[in-house]
Structures are given as C-alpha cells and as structure tokens.
Design a binder for this molecule. Structure first.
Ligand code: FES
Length: 263
C-alpha cells in the first residue's frame, strides 16, 4: 500500500473546465504512489474549515511528478481552491483510499462508467488499463447533464468512448445504462464512479447481466479522513452483535465490490 503523507504541493496550472468545475495540476511526490480511483485530502488555507476536502485523482504525470485534480466547487473550501494560481502552494494529504482493483480486468472486457463529477478518476483508470494491455477491451461510458462534456477530449485519446447526456445534446439521450443498451455494449467487469442512483442502477444491471461491478462511492465523502462519519454505508455482511455492518467509505473504500454493499 502506498504511504500516506501531508505535504505542500505546488500548483502548476489551474483552469475552469466547465460550469463550476476546475482542473488543477499539482507538483507532488505523491504522483509516484497514486493508484487509479484513489484521492487526496486538500486543506483549505482559511481557519474556518480545518478538515480537508477529498478530491479524486484524475490523472498522473510521472515525468512531471504531478497529479491532476478535476473538482467541482461546492462550498467555501473548494471555492478557495479555485483561486489558487500557478506557483502557489497547497496543503494536501495522500494518497488516500483503496482505488480500483485493476487486476480484476485481466483478460476481461471492461466498461468504465462515470457520471458527473465521478467522471475524472476514470481517466487515469482508462490510461493505466490501456497501458497495461491486459484487458481484452476498455470502453468508457460517461454520463453528463448536457453538452458540457468536460474531459471528453482526454477520454477520446485514452480509450473507446460512449457518451450519454440527460438532455440528449450529445450521444445517447438518457443515462449511462441507456447508452450501454443503445450501443449494444457487453462486458465482464465494470468500474464505476458517480452519484448513488447511478451506482445503484449499475449494480442492478450488472447482476441482471452477469457482470462484476466495482463502484467508487467517493461522492458520499465529506472529510475523507475518517473524522466526520458522514460517509457511513451499509454492507451486506451482518455483524453478530450489532446486527448491521457499517463501513466508512473514506477509510474502507471508496471502491467496493457492488455485491458487498447494501445500497
Ligand atoms: Fe468523513 Fe468518511 S468522509 S468519516
């Protein structure tokens, strides 16, 4: 497992990618340890908020020792991150979380399914799967609200790409499951990241069609470091004493075998 450290990372670039969504490259030693589907905790500089904000790693550039964070501004902390300029330093904790089990892709047809701000971590996942060359095929199925299909160019370069938009402006009109059906896509393994309703639908579709699904519940995280308990999720295994089994997404995940979750 990669070591975890708190460090000052240098901002290399920052730009607005879509409405409220920013794209920031950071220079950090963590680039050498990051696994697809993992995240970092980013600390706001202001004293009002002491806990870090979990942000998934979108891409890694080993040569530049840099990681790319694509994040949505949702509050005071992330609004502050959006103000950082090249040359600024930002405090980050990482690398956090388990990431996607890429070894399960060997010899398999793989679908990478992402929705909204769950799309970014699938980019490095696609790149590493393609680079390893062990999966039989890698197809990305991405769902967006409208024509603001951020990261689309990057995904087109990384793997086969299918898009769904809620308003039908690009690709299939509907969600990622609609896009799979419309394009007649078949696979053995799914790696998914996105909002809970999307992940529930993927879990159901995977079990109907005999696919194996691994889902990242990162959108449910708040502090990302086990401190707020805002990310508790039920698992299927029943604890003898409490009669329920809970898991903390940030410390036990964020990626789980969908069969193990009571979603
Ligand atoms: Fe705070 Fe998991 S996100 S405890």
């Amino acid at each position: 497992m990669a070591k975890k450290m708190k460090t000052e990372a240098k901002v290399l670039s920052q730009r607005l990618l879509a409405d409220g969504i920013y794209d920031m490259w950071l220079e950090t030693e963590m680039a050498g340890d990051a696994h697809p589907g993992q995240f970092v905790g980013v600390y706001p500089a202001g004293k009002a908020t002491l806990l870090p904000r979990p942000i998934s790693i979108c891409e890694v550039d080993g040569a530049r020792r840099a990681i790319r964070l694509v994040y949505r501004v949702v509050g005071q902390g992330t609004a502050e991150f959006a103000l950082y300029q090249p040359g600024d330093y930002i405090s980050i904790l990482g690398v956090l979380g388990n990431g996607f089990p890429l070894d399960k892709a060997e010899g398999k047809r793989v679908l990478l399914m992402g929705g909204g701000i769950g799309v970014p971590p699938l980019l490095q996942t696609a790149k590493e799967l393609k680079a390893a060359g062990k999966a039989a095929s890698v197809t990305c199925v991405l769902g967006y609200r409208d024509a603001e299909t951020f990261l689309r160019d990057d995904f087109e370069k990384a793997a086969e790409l299918v898009i769904a938009t809620e308003d039908g402006s690009i690709g299939t009109k509907g969600n990622v499951i609609d896009a799979i059906k419309e394009n007649g896509l078949e696979a053995d393994v799914i790696y998914a990241c996105g909002p809970m309703p999307m992940l529930r639908a993927i879990k159901a579709y995977a079990s109907e069609t005999g696919m194996k699904a691994y889902v990242s519940l990162e959108e449910r995280m708040a502090c990302g470091v086990g401190a707020c308990l805002g990310c508790i999720c039920k698992t299927k295994e029943i604890d003898e004493h409490s009669q329920v089994k809970n898991t903390r997404i940030c410390t036990d995940g964020p990626v789980f075998d969908a069969d193990d979750l009571d979603m």
